[in-house]
Design a protein around this ligand. Structure first.
Ligand SMILES: [Zn+2]
Ligand SMILES: [Zn+2]
Length: 351
């Protein structure tokens, strides 16, 4: 399923199987459908104040095969002998490739490459296809027995959540508030409950998503639909002995969620913005020093973090919520459902 022009639906096309070249070839068994794919198809991010970050300005050339949450079978190792992997191995693909040479890449942060990002499904062909070429076997993480549909979302929704949670700096008994109980939020609940000792509160506008949040272990949920921000913030403080949140994970990232997230922070609280919904927001500047508060951003995660996350998933600590599996040619339908908020957890394509 290829993107030929921004704003148009993806088109089903027959193309040549990618050349392995000096890389490796993976047969795709599952490709998760992510909100980022909606941005790629639309062609831009909303930066607020009428400004757009255009995909074409980020150096993305069309046509492209989207899909960066990829799990499948390694079918061609090319000439690589420098690996413990063998053909036939089930793998999840680390898609956040960089140039491999800049300061960030050298320090293991290829997802934040300063020179030439080369992410699969964004800058290079991705997983909405039967095969994907990966430049090196080190980007493949063995799935350790997790099925492809469960493994694929670990590469973006799982990894993004895992990395963002590390940035919250949580301690036993802290309060973590999660804004948004979609694909990322539902993974964050499980990880936070099992790895941090924090109390987890989840906010969403959709009551059925909140029921799922409770089933996954959220200590408390609040439906925010139609409610005033100040009202929600006071409810959180009331239920936490007058204190605000030690950390807030904003998986929406719009003006309303980010300002509300900032307002609910307690002293030394951290607001970690992950969602890319878009817009811009005013924050009260004196509250940064007075509360010792921080606002930071988190974008996907590192290869090392993905390996650690797959290990946790294989041990049963976290299980991505996959609500639907679709044939590859349903990509447009799934994107449309995702855009209208109808997808619980993740939907995956099975080429
Ligand atoms: Zn994604
Ligand atoms: Zn780089």
């Amino acid at each position: 399923m290829r993107l030929e022009s921004y704003g148009a639906p993806l088109s089903l096309e027959e193309i040549d199987r990618p050349e392995t070249g000096d890389g490796v070839l993976v047969r795709v068994e599952a490709a998760g459908v992510c909100h980022t794919d909606l941005h790629i198809v639309s062609g831009s991010y909303d930066l607020g104040e009428g400004n757009l970050l255009k995909m074409s300005d980020r150096g993305i050339l069309l046509p492209i095969t989207p899909g960066h949450e990829i799990a499948g079978t390694l079918v061609d190792l090319g000439g690589h002998v420098d690996t413990s992997l063998k053909e036939g191995d089930r793998v999840v693909v680390y898609p956040w490739l960089g140039c491999g040479e800049c300061r960030k890449c050298a320090a293991g942060f290829e997802n934040l490459c300063e020179a030439k990002p080369a992410s699969l499904g964004i800058f290079n062909d991705g997983g909405y296809a039967e095969y994907v070429r990966v430049p090196h076997p080190r980007y493949l993480v063995p799935t350790g027995g997790i099925g492809p549909s469960q493994a694929a979302p670990l590469a973006c929704s799982g990894l993004t959540t895992f990395s963002a949670l590390q940035k919250c700096g949580l301690h036993e008994g802290d309060l973590l508030v999660i804004l948004g109980a979609g694909g990322l939020g539902t993974t964050a609940i499980q990880l936070a409950k099992k790895t941090t000792g924090a109390r987890v509160m989840v906010l969403d506008v959709n009551p059925s998503k909140l029921r799922l949040a409770s089933e996954l272990g959220a200590d408390q949920t609040i439906e925010t639909s139609g409610r005033e921000k100040t009202d929600v913030v006071s409810e959180i403080k009331r239920s936490n002995r007058g204190r605000g949140a030690d950390a807030v994970l904003d998986f929406v990232g719009n003006p309303s969620t980010s300002t509300m997230g900032f307002e609910m922070l307690t002293k030394q609280g951290r607001l970690v913005i992950v969602g890319l919904f878009g817009g811009s927001a005013p924050f009260s500047l004196p509250l940064f020093p007075l509360r010792g508060a921080s606002v930071l951003g988190s974008f996907t995660g590192t290869l090392a973090e993905l390996s650690e996350l797959v290990r946790l998933a294989a041990a049963g600590t976290v299980r991505p919520v996959v609500s639907a599996e679709h044939p590859l040619e349903d990509a447009n339908l799934v994107l449309q459902k995702l855009g209208s908020g109808e997808v619980m957890g993740r939907a995956v394509l099975r080429p």
